[in-house]
Design a protein around this ligand. Structure first.
Ligand code: GTB
Length: 213
């Protein structure tokens, strides 16, 4: 059955891979699943056809036969459950890998998004100068804890898993800020994720879309 995902017709990041279709593409590449992409304009995101797929009018979505999903956590989890390569076979190992997926989305991503939104949406507001250091410190608190857990390990819990895919995807949003470099083991961890051939294929695919004439 053909898998079809949606992505921005033109991502505001111009192809830096920060829009969330990249993490879904990456999961599909890691598991060797071919997929098609339907590109959606910002206007079309809020029209009934897309809202039927995602009530929040966002990308990415995932369609496969009679399944239609939204939310990257649910999509990556679905891919990982149905195809080998992203979750260990042992039940306890698998549960811990899934825990890291949730940790990435529920504990690490929120302060990073708060930081990104403070810059992007409120950067010109008078309160931003005072607020930004506080927002950034909340990011640092989580990065420090994550860095302590990762230590010298290659991945968060044994072999590379959907938990790492999600964590690296979430951390990548910090790259431009430089804050990741305050935690060398996390910067190296993200670099290891980016060095995976499957990530590279996913990145190149979104880049081709966002740099086409
Ligand atoms: N929780 C949802 C999920 O994980 O699937 C969040 C989905 C989401 O935020 N989608 C964004 C979207 O469709 C695109 S990825 N936004 C349009 C809208 O809400 O109207 C977020 C994103 C967008 C742009 C950049 N960038 O340019 O750097 C980075 C990340």
């Amino acid at each position: 059955m053909t898998i079809t995902i949606t992505a921005f017709d033109r991502s505001p990041d111009g192809g830096k891979g920060l829009a969330r279709d990249t993490r879904v593409r990456w999961a599909l590449e890691e598991t060797g699943q071919p997929y098609a992409v339907r590109l959606v304009s910002f206007r079309a995101l809020k029209e009934p056809a897309h809202l039927a797929l995602n009530p929040f009018g966002q990308i990415p979505t995932y369609e496969e036969g009679d399944i239609a999903l939204f939310e990257t956590g649910a999509i990556v989890f679905h891919i990982a459950q149905h195809h080998a390569g992203l979750l260990p076979g042992d039940a306890a190992d698998r549960a811990r890998a899934i825990t890291w997926m949730f940790a990435a989305l529920s504990t690490i991503e929120p302060p990073i998004l708060e930081f990104a939104n403070a810059k992007l949406l409120e950067g010109d507001k008078p309160w931003t100068r005072d607020r930004m250091p506080l927002v950034l410190d909340r990011v640092r608190v989580r990065l420090k804890q994550l860095a302590a857990r990762l230590g010298d390990a290659e991945w968060l819990d044994g072999g590379f898993s959907a938990g790492d895919l999600m964590m690296v995807s979430v951390l990548l949003r910090l790259r431009a800020s430089g804050v990741l470099d305050e935690f060398p083991n996390l910067a190296a961890y993200v670099a290891r994720g980016e060095a995976r051939p499957a990530y590279s294929r996913a990145f190149q695919a979104q880049l081709a879309v966002n740099t086409r004439p």
